[in-house]
Design a protein around this ligand. Sequence first.
Ligand SMILES: *[C@@H]1O[C@H](CO)[C@@H](O)[C@H](O)[C@H]1NC(C)=O
Ligand SMILES: *[C@@H]1O[C@H](CO)[C@@H](O)[C@H](O)[C@H]1NC(C)=O
Ligand SMILES: *[C@@H]1O[C@H](CO)[C@@H](O)[C@H](O)[C@H]1NC(C)=O
Ligand SMILES: *[C@@H]1O[C@H](CO)[C@@H](O)[C@H](O)[C@H]1NC(C)=O
Ligand SMILES: *[C@@H]1O[C@H](CO)[C@@H](O)[C@H](O)[C@H]1NC(C)=O
Ligand SMILES: *[C@@H]1O[C@H](CO)[C@@H](O)[C@H](O)[C@H]1NC(C)=O
Ligand SMILES: *[C@@H]1O[C@H](CO)[C@@H](O)[C@H](O)[C@H]1NC(C)=O
Length: 473
Amino acid sequence: MKTPSTVSVIAALSLALAVHAQSASQTAYVDLGVTRGKPEHLASGWIYGMPDNYPNQIPSSWYTAMGFRWGKGGGAQLGNVGQRGWVVSLDDYKGRFASTLANYKTCRALGAEFHIYAHDLWGTDHAGGKNGKWPGDGGNFSDYDKFVKQLMADVAANMDPAHVTWDIWNEPDIQPYFWVRSAQQWVDLYIRTQKAIRANKALDAMKISGPAIGFAPGPNNAYWTTWLPQAVGNKTIPDYYTLHLLGGLGDITYDPQYTNTSLASLLRKYGAPDRQVFVNEYAAAAEMVPSGYIWWISRLERYDMFGMLANWLGGTQLHDLFGGLLTKKANPGSYAATDYAPAAGYPVYRYYGTNMTGLRVNTTGSTDRWLDVYATVGADKVRFLAGVKVHTGTYAVTVRGLKSVGYSAGSVDVTAYSFDGASTKTVLSSMEPASRGKTSYPITNDSITIVVRQTANHTGWAYDFDVKKSKQV
Ligand SMILES: *[C@@H]1O[C@H](CO)[C@@H](O)[C@H](O)[C@H]1NC(C)=O
Ligand SMILES: *[C@@H]1O[C@H](CO)[C@@H](O)[C@H](O)[C@H]1NC(C)=O
Ligand SMILES: *[C@@H]1O[C@H](CO)[C@@H](O)[C@H](O)[C@H]1NC(C)=O
Ligand SMILES: *[C@@H]1O[C@H](CO)[C@@H](O)[C@H](O)[C@H]1NC(C)=O
Ligand SMILES: *[C@@H]1O[C@H](CO)[C@@H](O)[C@H](O)[C@H]1NC(C)=O
Ligand SMILES: *[C@@H]1O[C@H](CO)[C@@H](O)[C@H](O)[C@H]1NC(C)=O
Ligand SMILES: *[C@@H]1O[C@H](CO)[C@@H](O)[C@H](O)[C@H]1NC(C)=O
């Protein structure tokens, strides 16, 4: 009798042959036998994306289901009188601090760590550009020093420093938006700020991060090569090295696989110590689709980098909507509206935060760099996400080490799911990925190979199958 499962075994066999014929450079690997600790949702955070009041109208389940780890604020783009930052007036600083504090409270209520965008409290967006006023102009930092003193006092009085990170200055190389003076003037700012904070006993438990340079670290990045030796020489290395990875889709210098090495060689060259890397803005706007989100999650998890999703929204939407993971049914631009709904990325982060339990296992991305995978082994199932980053083609995932989850021979029944959303605005009808049915894959050499036919560049994928013998979880 021709049962459905024999049909799919035959289908899988012919797919396996097709894969064999294709380039090995388009294959990613999941190694079930190599565990890497419990999932900590290293990529579950974003910059801004929370309303500026506390408590606010986004129900906490939207945050917790994605394993929310970190958030960041500072009052960017607030333009009303009383909200434009220190550079305009003390009152305008206070308005931005109120926004910062509301975001801090939201994060802490959910157990997430909070990061401060100090340059936004200072108010780079109201500094007046090249002809305006910047810290250290004419060698005079006295007004900026007052700002640092005020912010330190406000953090100490209103926040628990143990759960706060002060990001010294954002993107000094992205001119004229965040800085319009020399790299050296910014390095001087960095060093005096780090020293002022570390001289303040009330903030001993607070972390400091930097350099938050917009372009990727490398031997030819003059911001890195100006900053790093002086930070070493002045003993002002931050607690987190912050990177922004927001490059073009195919630009390998914005790939953690490249920056893990390029940063390490810079650190060695200048005798700098290792620190936790925090990619405190990841993903270009074009990568904000399921295939891109999954690729980023997989990359950050592999290199154990902490990550916050970048936020390409503006105005009130910058201060709402989780950086585009959420939208609203009627009008996402209506700040007060509470008809929140999932946009394309939300189900990916929800699956990552809620479903992927157990232990992380080792993975390897395809050598052509477009496909990457993130995998966990739970008490019940093996689960993995596969993302071909905004790209099409025939790809494959080989899952190795099946013996370690109790399979010796025969086949494995794998259920496939697709994340089909394509936009940060369109409302999805479900929080769940669509089931694409079960396929039986024959085991050869302790492994199975699953073909990923990526016909639409935004689609993301999840797969699961039963664990027969549970690992120690
Ligand atoms: C530095 O700037 C402040 C105003 O921010 C001013 O009061 C002070 O006189 C300046 N110091 C020098 C040495 O010019
Ligand atoms: C310390 O930093 C200052 C800039 O603020 C720089 O001029 C000096 O060279 C640095 N010292 C060392 C030893 O790197
Ligand atoms: C990342 O770089 C560090 C430091 O060079 C290295 O020890 C580590 O193995 C690299 N990680 C991966 C996954 O290659
Ligand atoms: C993810 O977990 C939720 C909650 O346990 C469950 O209802 C849902 O079916 C799971 N989704 C998938 C695709 O496994
Ligand atoms: C884990 O995967 C990385 C590549 O992603 C590989 O370099 C490393 O050797 C693997 N570790 C083990 C123990 O298999
Ligand atoms: C079987 O798998 C192992 C490890 O995954 C690999 O080293 C070996 O080359 C494979 N053997 C064959 C015949 O494919
Ligand atoms: C992805 O697909 C969309 C829709 O077909 C297309 O408009 C877009 O240019 C594609 N992006 C890339 C990077 O190929």
